[in-house]
Design a protein around this ligand. Structure first.
Ligand SMILES: [Zn+2]
Length: 324
């Protein structure tokens, strides 16, 4: 299993200065857009541009001067930030092209791949950058019209705001992230019983992948209340809000979530699953979890671990470290 320190959480800690104040300056932005050394993060229908050669898979980030048609083909360039060498990075979405044309514009040797298929295999800075670009592309694609008056919206502030084009309205909207709680629920052990953790299996997975429970935060609800409600709804296990402890968070732009990771302590043990949410839920001891198969291991009917790039995996590993 991976090292459970915070820096092992994929899609976090991108080494990028987002330059949030500068990007509101149109002249500054126009100057950065003309920079031939600017790097372009190309998106095509929610897929990211990847190169996979003898060095292994990684993001393909053509320079603006090497791919001028790519920048031109995109309706809007989204300013992502400045790298350590002060080189600007922009993302473009060329979903309106067919795949062949999109790849041709991006340059030799690339292909568009779903980040979920290889997020943990590419360098972590690339993974975080591609996750950021993917989240931005999705937001732009789904906010082309004003939620108040229905008029078209236009990109502003380097793509970090969209403004309603109707002068009577002018409503601004900002990139949104949906908060979701994800929790490792533990049942403390005693002198004769080891501690156990509650893991569930979704009916959406064909294989027995057991993961931490999770769900979206609802309006009018604190994060602790969302944790307690989800655990009760999905497994009929009671978790007092006072026992809910924040652990870590992870951007999860598939399509637009922020996963907020918690640990919580159960006061009941009899599981009753909600069959609409889960196919199974069980208590597992640390030894049992250590015997799980890898999540993508073929031909195994044993319980499997959550995927490597998920905070579920991180929460599980950090619990194992604490109880083992
Ligand atoms: Zn409007």
């Amino acid at each position: 299993m991976s090292d459970p320190n915070l820096s092992s959480l994929i899609y976090t800690r991108v080494q990028l200065d987002r330059a949030g104040i500068n990007r509101k300056d149109e002249a500054w932005l126009a100057f950065k857009k003309r920079d031939g050394l600017a790097r372009i993060v190309a998106m095509w229908r929610n897929r990211s541009l990847i190169v996979d050669d003898t060095e292994g898979p990684r993001a393909l980030l053509p320079r603006r001067e090497d791919a001028p048609k790519l920048a031109k083909a995109a309706d809007e360039m989204v300013f992502l930030g400045l790298d350590d060498d002060n080189i600007p990075l922009f993302s473009v979405d060329v979903s309106h092209l067919d795949e062949h044309d999109a790849v041709a514009l991006a340059g030799e040797g690339g292909s568009f791949v779903d980040l979920r298929q290889l997020g943990w295999m590419i360098p972590r800075d690339d993974a975080g950058l591609l996750a950021y670009a993917r989240g931005m592309a999705y937001w732009h694609k789904t906010h082309r019209y004003c939620g108040t008056c229905g008029s078209p919206t236009e990109s502003r502030e380097g793509g970090h705001m969209r403004e309603c084009a109707n002068p009577q309205c002018g409503r601004p909207s900002f990139p949104r992230t949906d908060p979701a709680v994800i929790m490792l629920v533990e049942h403390p052990g005693d002198a004769t019983h080891p501690p156990r953790c509650l893991l569930g299996r979704s009916g959406r997975w064909e294989f027995p992948l057991y993961s931490t429970l999770a769900g979206f935060v609802e309006p009018g609800e604190s994060l602790e209340e969302a944790v307690a409600r989800e655990v009760l709804e999905e497994a009929n296990i009671e978790v007092p809000v006072e026992s809910v402890r924040y652990m870590a968070s992870q951007p999860w732009p598939f399509p637009s979530s922020l996963m907020l990771g918690f640990r919580a302590t159960a006061t009941t043990a009899d599981i009753q699953i909600d069959p609409h949410e889960l196919a199974d839920a069980r208590w597992f001891t640390p030894d049992e979890v250590l015997g799980f198969a890898e999540w993508d291991q073929a031909a195994s009917n044993e319980p499997r671990l959550p995927r490597r790039d998920s905070i579920a995996r991180w929460l599980l590993q950090s619990w194992l470290n604490d109880v083992s």
